[in-house]
Design a protein around this ligand. Structure first.
Ligand SMILES: Nc1nc2c(ncn2[C@@H]2O[C@H](COP(=O)(O)OP(=O)(O)OP(=O)(O)O)[C@@H](O)[C@H]2O)c(=O)[nH]1
Ligand SMILES: [Zn+2]
Length: 219
């Protein structure tokens, strides 16, 4: 199914003292009917329609919504610092941040918070999803592929440590010229979470082999 750009507009952005300008795109025809956004930054903050993008490889981040991390600054996960890092790096190199409405790896906010309460009893982030009757990760990046297609992007550099994002975009026909890792934003509060991602979620996080104080715990 094809999607098309519905609206584009320029919005000045400021987060944790970092200011930039975003070209914000909305879409019609996205597979899951959710209100995902694409934000063009740096050299991609100007209108892009009609620009041949075939030979370009913009830096692209698929950022899954995390209200607790992105908005409230929760330290249980690394989403807030990753969002900040992504805005800065993409502004610098030129590309897009796709803000995907996939709260809680696709299970929604209330279910994620229920999963947090289970994690407080000892389950890891994936076990908690399963205990609630969900998949460990329910995200489908088909709408992201549709958005990139609507923006005229066929080839990109993907800012992620999650190989599933690259695999799903490639399966949708996009060319991943490079998988660019994000910084590992490790803190005492998110150490168990990042360890679970590295050990059980196959994320390519250097913390799995080192970390602070002799390495991360097993969950
Ligand atoms: N179900 C659930 N979702 C979580 C939890 N912690 C964070 N999330 C959600 O996970 C998503 C972010 O996924 P991450 O695993 O941090 O990162 P990623 O997007 O898979 O990979 P990167 O591109 O490397 O950052 C957001 O939608 C968060 O709301 C948790 O404990 N349980
Ligand atoms: Zn988060």
């Amino acid at each position: 199914m094809d999607a098309r750009i519905r609206t584009e507009l320029t919005i000045p952005l400021s987060l944790h003292g970092f200011s930039t300008v975003g070209r914000v795109f909305t879409f019609d025809g996205l597979l899951d009917g959710r209100e995902h956004l694409a934000i063009g930054l740096g050299s991609c903050s100007a209108a892009v329609r009609g620009v041949p993008a075939a030979e370009q490889s913009p830096l692209v981040r698929l950022h899954s919504e995390c209200l607790t991390g992105d908005v409230l600054g929760s330290e249980r996960c690394d989403c807030g610092p990753q969002l900040h890092e992504s805005l800065a790096r993409i502004t610098d190199e030129g590309g897009y941040l796709l803000y995907l409405r996939q709260e809680g790896r696709g299970i929604g906010l209330y279910e994620k918070l229920d999963a947090y309460t289970l994690q407080d009893t000892g389950l890891d982030t994936y076990q908690a999803n399963l205990a609630l009757g969900h998949e460990a990760d329910e995200r489908d990046y088909t709408p992201a592929a549709q958005m990139l297609d609507a923006l005229g992007i066929r080839r990109l550099r993907l800012l992620t440590n999650n190989p599933d994002k690259a695999a799903q975009l490639e399966a949708a026909g996009l060319v991943i010229a490079e998988q660019v890792p994000t910084t590992v934003h490790l803190s005492d509060a998110n150490a168990r979470y990042l360890a679970a991602k590295a050990l059980r979620g196959a994320h390519t996080l250097d913390v799995a082999v080192g970390g602070r104080g002799g390495g991360l715990p097993d969950r």
